[in-house]
Design a protein around this ligand. Structure first.
Ligand SMILES: CC(C)(COP(=O)(O)OP(=O)(O)OC[C@H]1O[C@@H](n2cnc3c(N)ncnc32)[C@H](O)[C@@H]1OP(=O)(O)O)[C@@H](O)C(=O)NCCC(=O)NCCS
Length: 363
């Protein structure tokens, strides 16, 4: 029989599920939100759940962990590796946190990481896969953040409340998980007055506020910038590392002393990882003090010197003089003027392209 271990994390403990969990698991099966999000349509009796909890510790193709807190034994949900195919070193993954009071406290993220680590490092699995419904953005975000990639869609797989819903299949492979663990994560760049760092959840409010100001939005691609959009931007940047080829990243620009968000910088690397497009948005309250110049210079300097870039360019509307002046101030020169190149807010607009090459970069 397989040995079923206990896994200890920073805030949670995962211990093997056993018969003592039957009552709590039975109660969790009436959690309407979790039922909906996991597409659970059948109902179970307490006897069935008791039989299940008695059976799983003895089964050789699964590890069922109860999510608990240190010093207490209470079942707060489960995370499971099941249908393990030892021949092909692959497994399915499932997670559900019981009760709204236990969700969004970081337990799901930590449980996912602990089980992936166990699966790949202890069990030497090669592939872990799962299925998630497309109407479950929270779970999809957690999975992406931990390195699962979307690999397919089962269209209209579930009939829920009279409407068909699709299921997304995701997987993570052992080499990718191990590489992700060892990859150095970008933390921050510091200048005299600023910290250029990752966007965080608590940046949402200031981000929405300044991006919605008419004087900020007039030359940007958005019309109304709502919280949902901001959250997608913040979450999107948690699942990629900046300076990855073919990926875009939005850096937060914060004041060094208060860590308050005052702007953001866009950075999109090409497929070869040698050329990048930059963009910037700053809260008008912090414009006119050289802060955008300071931030942009620091980011570009870092990109040229630490990531071996060949060219950095920016695209703006020729009417956007503050933007043009900023690009000139950081040492970029105009390379092109593209006429009527962009369908922008109900009209064709011109684009100008400014750039600087690595060999010209001197600050
Ligand atoms: C999905 C689930 C396991 C996640 O666990 P959790 O403990 O609630 O999640 P965490 O607190 O660790 O993390 C939640 C993350 O989702 C983000 N999030 C919350 N709501 C979101 C939404 N509507 N859209 C996108 N992201 C969202 C949070 O900001 C947080 O991200 P961060 O860590 O990058 O800040 C848990 O919510 C759950 O059991 N849900 C019900 C059952 C379920 O959906 N199971 C998965 C079926 S495939």
């Amino acid at each position: 029989m397989l040995e079923k271990p206990t896994l200890k994390g920073k805030t949670i403990v995962l211990r093997p599920i056993g018969p003592e969990d039957a009552q709590a698991m039975f109660e969790s099966l009436s959690d309407e939100e979790a039922k909906r999000l996991t597409g659970t349509q059948e109902s179970f009796t307490l006897e069935q759940v008791q039989a299940f909890c008695t059976r799983v510790p003895t089964e050789d193709d699964r590890y069922d962990f109860a999510i608990t807190l240190p010093g207490e034994n209470r079942y707060r949900g489960e995370v499971v590796l099941n249908e393990i195919d030892w021949e092909n070193r692959s497994s399915s993954f499932r997670i559900a946190i019981s009760g709204a009071e236990n969700r969004e406290k970081g337990y799901g993220s930590e449980a996912t990481e602990l089980v992936l680590e166990f699966g790949f490092k202890t069990l030497n699995l090669h592939r872990i896969e799962l299925e998630v419904y497309d109407f479950n953005p929270r779970a999809r975000h957690v999975y992406k953040k931990h390195g699962f990639l979307e690999e397919g869609i089962r269209r209209d797989a579930l009939l829920l409340e009279g409407k068909f819903q699709s299921a997304i299949t995701m997987s993570i492979l052992q080499p990718d998980f191990l590489a992700k663990q060892t990859r150095q994560k970008f933390e921050a760049l510091e200048t005299e007055r600023l910290r250029i760092r990752r966007l965080r959840n608590d940046d949402l409010e200031p981000l929405v506020a300044y991006r919605n100001l008419p004087e900020v939005a007039w030359m940007q691609l958005w019309q109304d910038y709502d919280s949902e959009r901001a959250r997608a931007l913040i979450n999107g940047c948690k699942v990629v590392e900046p300076f990855s080829a073919n990926d875009s990243f939005q850096f937060a620009v914060a004041l060094k002393d208060s860590d308050k968000l005052i702007g953001d910088l866009y950075f999109k690397l090409d497929e070869a990882g040698k050329q990048a497009e930059i963009g910037y948005t700053f809260d008008p309250k912090f414009q006119g003090q050289g802060l955008a110049t300071e931030a942009l210079k620091a980011l570009m300097d870092h990109a040229f010197k630490k990531h071996d870039l060949h060219r950095i360019y920016g695209i703006t509307d020729p009417r956007n003089l503050p933007s043009i002046n900023l690009m000139k101030r950081v040492g970029m020169q105009q390379e092109a003027h593209l006429r009527k190149n962009l369908w922008f807010k109900s009209d064709w607009a011109d684009d100008v392209i400014f750039a600087v090459l690595e060999k010209e970069w001197a600050i």
